[in-house]
Design a binder for this molecule. Structure first.
Ligand code: UD1
Length: 347
């Protein structure tokens, strides 16, 4: 049976591309849109080479109302949207706040107004972040969805909070006609087992794992471990690293829930923390990467990075129970997938 048509904004990005593959595998019809602000058209070919199917793709800017109007005119039968399209670099957002607020807020607003135009029903899965929790107090670790939210420390983080607020208000106003699931990601890592899609950072990577793999392959001389004087067992920061393919599957579960079991939803908007439940330090990741791949990573201890939280990892119990989803890929395999991807893109 052919399932519903799902819009994926930012569908050629890192998490978006993996999600398109999983939606296709689950039998959904997918419409991908992207403006390639942080991806390339080759990603579409690579997705098609994994799925063995032609992908419906439109190059457009979600922050442009006219573009979004045309999209919904062409595909009025879109049943749900997964909204990834957004800028995501914390440091860059501090330097370019106007661009971040404009892009990340406008793209959501344009999506919402077009999706629900004329009283049409809408369902949105929103790509949120654990950054909304800031540094949780010790008693709130691991972090569940009931942990208090804290003011974000960067414009990027604020856009995630503001978008969640917009979705809360919009779904309340639409009295059941707009369903929302906000997925708060911890640290997505790794690449598809085919090594055909993965993370493609532009310039110097800001995130840990791309820096590790680029150092391992010799593209960067040395990884800086930002701080070894935190109040953690080895002094480096702790995060919850989740495999991007596991994360992608959670989006399929969220869409299933909104389209097939909306009556089970606890209100018009739901939140889920997507992590493994296991916190690992930067040094543990480096060691594990070396063991999993047999490749040495040249690193040094550097000063703390401004704005970093000390430690945060997820309590995924709610996602496990309610979405019926679990991140269960062993991290060694995940680190190897990141390494295979790095080797592939440099070959
Ligand atoms: C942060 C946000 C996350 C957001 C992401 C976007 C938090 C808790 N997390 O992730 O919500 O989606 O940015 O990019 O606010 N590190 C090094 N050396 C490096 C790079 C990183 O030691 O060269 C360390 C960092 O200090 C950190 C860990 O590795 O402790 C992970 O860093 P990163 O991959 O940048 O992700 P977060 O900062 O956790």
């Amino acid at each position: 049976m052919k399932k519903a048509k799902i819009l994926v904004t930012g569908g050629t990005g890192y998490i978006g591309s993996h999600t398109v593959v999983e939606l296709d595998a689950a039998g959904y019809e997918v419409v991908v849109v992207d403006n390639f602000s942080n991806s390339t058209p080759e990603v579409i070919d690579n997705i098609e080479s994994i799925t063995g199917k032609k992908i419906t793709f439109l190059e457009l800017d979600c922050a442009d109302k006219d573009h979004m109007r045309l999209l919904f005119a062409k595909h009025p039968d879109i049943s749900a949207a997964i909204h990834f399209a957004a800028y995501k670099a914390v440091g860059e957002s501090v330097d370019k706040p106007v661009e971040y607020y404009h892009n990340n807020l406008s793209s959501l607003l344009c999506l919402l107004s077009e999706m629900t135009a004329g009283g049409r029903r809408g369902s949105v899965v929103f790509s949120s972040s654990c950054t909304v929790y800031g540094q949780p107090k010790a008693e709130h670790l691991p972090v569940s969805e009931s942990a208090p939210l804290q003011p974000a420390t960067s414009p990027y983080g604020k856009t995630k909070q503001m978008c969640e607020d917009i979705l809360t208000d919009a779904s309340a106003a639409m009295k059941g006609a707009l369903k929302v699931i906000s997925l708060r990601y911890f640290n997505p890592v790794g690449a598809h087992p085919s090594a055909k899609i993965g993370e493609l950072p532009r310039g110097v990577p800001q995130n840990l794992l791309p820096f590790v793999t680029q150092t391992a392959i010799g593209l960067r001389e040395q990884l800086s471990v930002f701080g070894n004087d935190y109040n953690t067992p080895d002094g480096s920061c702790i995060r919850d690293y989740i495999y991007v393919c596991d994360l992608a599957k959670a989006h399929v579960k969220a869409v299933d829930r909104m389209l097939e079991r909306a009556d089970e939803m606890e209100g018009d908007i739901e939140y889920f923390n997507l992590g493994t439940g296991r916190g690992l330090s930067v040094l543990e990741i480096v060691n594990m990467f070396e063991k999993a791949t047999g490749v040495k990573v040249n690193y040094r201890i550097a000063p703390r990075r401004a704005g970093d939280v000390e430690q945060v990892w997820a309590d995924p119990a709610r996602a496990n129970k309610v979405l019926g989803w679990k991140a269960d890929t062993p991290l060694e395999d995940v680190l190897r997938s990141a390494w295979e991807w790095e080797k592939k893109i440099r070959s």
